[in-house]
Design a protein around this ligand. Structure first.
Ligand code: ADP
Length: 176
């Protein structure tokens, strides 16, 4: 069975096949993980994103969807960009957060990737509470891995120990 690992670290430093970017629908860069990936990965990633916007993704990438580009100068081979939902107290957007994880893993598997690193999507600028995001992300990944044989390892890269501990608690409750 594919393993799920939790580490504290920087997503841009991960030596994996695919790094998932918590992008926004414009695909043209932003803050947080997105800013760090473009800064460290260099201009090739943005050039690929611009090509996507000029082609199939003229209106940008929808929330919950995912698309791949080069990883430029990052240690990874590809960046898979996905758009998480903005947290809402009025509306339950959990299905969209789960979709981000499912579609990113499917795009990664289609590329032939074996190892994938995810940040804690939506928990930064998009304000999703980490406790809730961790449960949704882990459940969606565990479920998708069962039907995605090529992937051997998924690593959640948490920016601080608090987020790591929250993910660890959610993982301990996962029926796997
Ligand atoms: P979103 O817009 O989807 O909320 P953000 O990039 O703002 O995405 O934040 C997602 C999570 O990633 C936050 O918990 C943030 O602390 C964390 N984060 C920010 N930069 C990095 C990084 N370089 N590596 C790993 N995690 C990061």
């Amino acid at each position: 069975m594919a393993q799920i690992e939790l580490v504290v670290g920087d997503i841009t430093a991960q030596d994996v096949d695919v790094v998932v970017n918590a992008a926004n629908s414009s695909l043209l860069g932003g803050g947080g993980v997105d800013g760090a990936i473009h800064r460290k990965g260099g201009p090739e990633i943005l050039a690929d994103c611009r090509k996507l916007r000029a082609g199939h993704y003229g209106r940008g990438l929808k929330t919950g969807q995912a698309v791949a580009t080069t990883a430029g100068r990052l240690p990874a081979n590809w960046v898979v960009h996905t758009v998480g939902p903005v947290w809402s107290a009025e509306e339950d957007r959990s299905a969209l957060l789960a979709d981000c994880h499912r579609t990113s893993l499917r795009v990664a598997a289609d590329l032939g990737a074996r190892t994938v690193a995810f940040p804690a999507i939506s928990t930064g600028i998009y304000r999703w509470p980490v406790e809730s995001a961790a449960k949704i992300a882990l459940a969606a990944v565990a479920e998708t891995l069962d039907g995605t044989p090529g992937i051997t390892s998924v690593r959640f890269v948490l920016f601080d120990k608090r987020a790591h501990d929250v993910f660890a608690e959610a993982a301990s409750l996962l029926d796997r």
